[in-house]
Design a protein around this ligand. Structure first.
Ligand SMILES: [Zn+2]
Length: 269
C-alpha cells in the first residue's frame, strides 16, 4: 500500500503545552493523506485547511479562530493533490477523522466523493451554538452544501472491539484491508485509520507529538482543556501506548514528526 502525505497548511503553537522540555514556537502542519486501494484507487484521509479558511473566519465569532490558532493555509487541497500527481476528480472516498477546521477545510473541493465519518462527529457539533462551535474548533462555513447527500455515516454501534487493538474498529470496505478506529476524546466521534497488514495506523489528533507516547507523558492543563473530553483523551492515548508496545504498530498522527518528515521527503511514508 502506498501512503502519501500532503501539505494542508500549518498553524503556530507553543511546543511546551505538548512537551514541556521545550518552549519554542513550532509549526503544527495540517497534514492530509492519500492511500491506494486495489479496487477503490486513491482514498483520501482529511483535507487540511483547504482554500477557504480566511473566508470561513470572516464573520464573528468565528474570526477569533484566526487569533487563537494563527493558520497559514496552503491553498486548495485538490490543487495540492494534483501537484502531487493525483487527479482529485478520481477521489471516490474521503475519510473524515473529525470536523476540526484543519482537517475538513477542503471537503467542499471533492463533490464526487463519498464522505465517511462517525455519526456523532458531525451531529454533536452541528447543533452547538456559534460560540460553542468556535470553542470546539468547528467552522460551519467550511461544510459543503452537499454534505448530507454525499455522506456514508458510520453509527457508533457499528464499531466493535474484537480485542485486536484495544479500541473499537469498523471494517470500512468489507475486505478487512482498512479499518476505522474509534479514538474518543480529542473531538466528538474522532476516528483513525488502521491497515492491519501494514502494522500501521493513522490516529489523527489522538496525540500531537511522539513524545506523548512515552510512559507517564502528560499534556499541560491548557492543552488538555482543549480536548472535547479530556479523560477519554487520556484513556485513548493509554490504549494506543499499550497497543503499540504489544503489536509493534507504527502510529502516525497528523501533527507528528513522522508526518512532518513525510512532507519534507518524497511524501511517501
Ligand atoms: Zn483536531
Amino acid at each position: 500500500m502506498d501512503l502519501r502525505a500532503f501539505d494542508g497548511g500549518y498553524c503556530r503553537q507553543m511546543l511546551g503545552f505538548v512537551d514541556r522540555r521545550s518552549w519554542q514556537w513550532v509549526r503544527f502542519h495540517a497534514v492530509f493523506w492519500a492511500f491506494s486501494h486495489p479496487r477503490h484507487g486513491w482514498i483520501l484521509i482529511d483535507t487540511g485547511y483547504g482554500g477557504r479558511f480566511r473566508a470561513a473566519t470572516q464573520g464573528w465569532p468565528y474570526r477569533f479562530y484566526r487569533y487563537v490558532t494563527p493558520a497559514t493555509t496552503n491553498g486548495s487541497a485538490s490543487e495540492t493533490l494534483r501537484r502531487g500527481g493525483i487527479d482529485p476528480r478520481e477521489i471516490a472516498h474521503v475519510i473524515v477523522t473529525h470536523f476540526h477546521a484543519d482537517h475538513v477545510g477542503g471537503l467542499a473541493e471533492f463533490p464526487h466523493a463519498k464522505l465517511h465519518y462517525r455519526a456523532d462527529a458531525w451531529s454533536k457539533l452541528a447543533t452547538l451554538s456559534p460560540w460553542r462551535q468556535l470553542r470546539a474548533a468547528f467552522l460551519p462555513a467550511l461544510m459543503p452544501t452537499w454534505l448530507r447527500e454525499h455522506s456514508e455515516i458510520v453509527e457508533p454501534s457499528q464499531f466493535v472491539d474484537d480485542g485486536r487493538c484495544g479500541l473499537s474498529t469498523y471494517d470500512l470496505l468489507g475486505d478487512a484491508s482498512v479499518y476505522l478506529i474509534d479514538l474518543p476524546g480529542h473531538a466528538p466521534g474522532q476516528i483513525g485509520v488502521w491497515w492491519p497488514e501494514e502494522r500501521r495506523a493513522y490516529v489523527a489528533d489522538a496525540f500531537w507529538r511522539e513524545s506523548q507516547l512515552e510512559p507517564g507523558a502528560k499534556l499541560l492543563g491548557p492543552a488538555l482543556a482543549l480536548q472535547w473530553d479530556s479523560s477519554a483523551y487520556v484513556d485513548t492515548l493509554e490504549r494506543l501506548r499499550r497497543w503499540r508496545a504489544r503489536a509493534k504498530i507504527e502510529l502516525i498522527a497528523c501533527h507528528s514528526l513522522i508526518a512532518e518528515r513525510a512532507l519534507q521527503g518524497a511524501s511517501h511514508v
